[in-house]
Ligand binder design. Structure first.
Ligand SMILES: [Zn+2]
Length: 142
């Protein structure tokens, strides 16, 4: 039982599994799918897209959020993330946590729990003290 309630979390996780299908991961073999739920109830999906120049690879979570933001959507409730194994936990990487925090610092992150269930994290739990606008202002010379 997760302390955070996300209605439809299981459905969101299933959509992340489906979103994983077109993943392009020839180098790592680690295909990832993400399903991002916005506050209107729409779901925006993404998969990872690798590149032979590894640093140019984009994760599934960032694919999903960039797709949504490019369509004018900026308010999100939850994201489900699944790696190659439908049952294994697969939390977002640090880069994705920072990008998600830009738009949804209170986002719920849904992952398999490794035992056939679901675990729901808060993004603040996964990325405490995220770099944010206050840090940007504080770093400017006066
Ligand atoms: Zn990532």
């Amino acid at each position: 039982m997760s302390p955070i309630d996300v209605p439809g979390a299981e459905s969101l996780l299933r959509q992340a599994i489906q979103a994983r299908d077109p993943a392009y991961a020839p180098y790592s073999g680690f295909s990832v799918g993400a399903a991002l739920l916005d506050t209107s109830g729409s779901v925006h999906t993404g998969c990872n897209v690798e590149n032979v120049s590894f640093g140019l690879t984009v994760c599934a979570e960032r694919t999903a959020i960039f797709k949504a933001v490019s369509q004018g959507i900026r308010d999100f409730r939850a994201i489900a993330v699944v790696g190659p194994d439908d049952r294994a936990a697969c939390a977002p990487c640090g880069s994705c946590r920072q990008v998600l925090a830009e738009f949804a610092p209170e986002l719920a992150v849904v992952t398999p729990d490794g035992a056939g269930g679901i675990r729901i994290w808060s993004l603040t739990e996964l990325l405490p003290a995220a770099f944010d606008r206050t840090d940007l202002r504080a770093g400017r010379p006066s």
